[in-house]
Design a protein. Structure first.
Length: 194
């Protein structure tokens, strides 16, 4: 499966996907890493591994159509069959979502539909989970549609919330679950798609 990974920062889920490919547990090839942030550490990781990269900053394009068109051209150029969002902090253009219907997924650090939507990412999610007194949080992998954290849920993995958790400790435990869970779910999806 020719895979594009979208990220905005460090790219630890990208690294987990790469590790699963290297180990032979994920039958895929990452052919492109896309970011909205030219300084994303994940881009440097991709470059070191010889993986093509592309940066798309919305404000560099005159229109949404031009932005989406440039992104689709790049995806087509690299023969991308599937897109995995891995800490990508921007909305995907509707034209790209339509072109990759049921072939674009996101990972979210909570059990959706709780603690999702605009502004619910990173530490904001973990702060909200603790503030709500939740005993359990987790990881959700879902198809991407045009609304933040809204698409059909594919799989979820629970993560306990400990009484003494801080947003930082909860984030660490949730991220560890993400790194194991995301490649496993992608492997199952790819087996179904082939």
């Amino acid at each position: 499966m020719n895979l594009a990974v979208y990220l905005s920062g460090r790219g630890s889920n990208f690294e987990a996907i790469l590790a699963a490919i290297d180990a032979g547990s994920l039958n895929a090839k990452i052919v492109l890493v896309v970011s909205n942030n030219p300084d994303a550490q994940g881009l440097r990781t991709a470059e070191r591994r010889g993986i093509a990269t592309a940066v798309f900053e919305r404000d560099k394009f005159a229109s949404g159509e031009e932005f989406a068109g440039a992104m689709l051209n790049k995806l087509n150029e690299h023969k991308v069959e599937f897109i995995a969002l891995a800490g990508y902090m921007r909305k995907i253009p509707p034209a790209v979502i339509r072109a990759y219907s049921k072939r674009i997924v996101n990972i979210h650090p909570a059990l959706l539909p709780k603690f999702g939507g605009k502004g619910m990412y990173g530490h904001f999610v973990h702060e909200a989970v603790i503030a709500a007194g939740e005993k359990e949080t987790g990881v959700t992998i879902h198809y991407v549609d045009e609304i933040y954290d809204h698409g059909v849920i594919i799989a979820q993995c629970p993560v306990p919330v400990m009484p003494d958790d801080t947003p930082e400790t909860l984030a660490q435990r949730t991220l560890a679950a993400e790194h194991k869970f995301y490649p496993e779910v992608l492997a199952k999806l790819f087996r179904r798609l082939k």
